[in-house]
Ligand binder design. Structure first.
Ligand code: URA
Length: 246
């Protein structure tokens, strides 16, 4: 719980001194009620308004997280399994995953407390490019690659064209390592695409989203997205959205 004037100042609306003046001038409301006392303590979830403007009490924060194996993209789990948010306990803001990766999938996951940003990133029309490294059982042939790249029907809906490159084949163990570049993110999409062609996915790792990469991060680590990276992601998503609208 923090003092009202501090929360207003932390939002970037004005200085703490000026926030105190606003409170005394009875221009500040908390949950619809005017608050004129300077020591007022704000609780999580309180709606603060100065005149008619809503004050966002939490700073917007954005992270790139290296999701390890065996953790779920959720805020809490009924079976007590490790959740991605457990890695953010030292962050005072309440962040949540932007999109999802399966329990056994590793790699890049964006995390934020900015709902508008999350919606934009996850919206199907944003067509943000996602690159995965995938290892499948069996030796994948050219026909299979061609069909997957053109688009296949998953539950009656055709996948958008994508790009796939074979990185290596292990003839002895009969496995293929590939890179796949998608502009959509249907539930378990990569696994379903390969499974329907008879190749079970052994390992799935996301390398990048919208050009953002993990760089030097190791599993379980995160880094703050630079303001320019956040701007670029938003711009990219909006650009693609508008392009596909036409
Ligand atoms: N596709 C999948 O099948 N699983 C993931 O976790 C991400 C993409």
């Amino acid at each position: 719980m923090e003092r009202l004037q501090k929360v207003i100042a932390a939002s970037g609306y004005t200085s703490r001194r000026k926030a105190e003046d606003l409170i005394v001038q009875k221009r500040v409301r908390v949950n619809g009620e005017i608050v004129s006392e300077l020591g007022y303590k704000v609780k999580r979830g309180d709606l603060i308004m100065v005149d008619d403007k809503v004050i966002e009490s939490e700073n917007k924060v954005y992270f790139v997280f290296y999701k390890p194996k065996s953790c779920i993209c959720s805020l809490k789990d009924e079976f007590n399994r490790k959740c991605v948010v457990d890695y953010f306990e030292d962050i005072k803001e309440r962040v949540y995953p932007v999109g999802r990766l399966d329990y056994d999938t590793t790699g890049l996951l964006l995390m934020s407390n900015d709902g508008e940003f999350a919606n934009l990133m996850m919206h199907p029309s944003s067509h943000l490019e996602k690159i995965y490294e995938v290892t499948v059982n069996g030796l994948v042939n050219g026909n299979t690659l061609h069909s997957l790249e053109k688009g296949v029907y998953l539950e009656g809906v055709k996948t958008l064209p994508c790009k796939i490159k074979v990185t290596s084949k292990d003839i002895e163990h009969k496995t293929t390592k590939l890179m796949i570049k998608l502009v959509e993110g249907k539930n378990r999409q990569v696994k379903k695409m390969f499974e329907m062609m008879g190749h079970n996915v052994k390992r799935l790792h996301r390398l990048s989203v919208g050009g953002i990469t993990l760089n030097q991060l190791r599993p379980g680590e995160y880094r703050i997205l630079k303001p320019q990276e956040v701007k670029d992601l938003k711009k990219l998503a909006l650009m693609k959205k508008n392009r596909y609208k036409k």
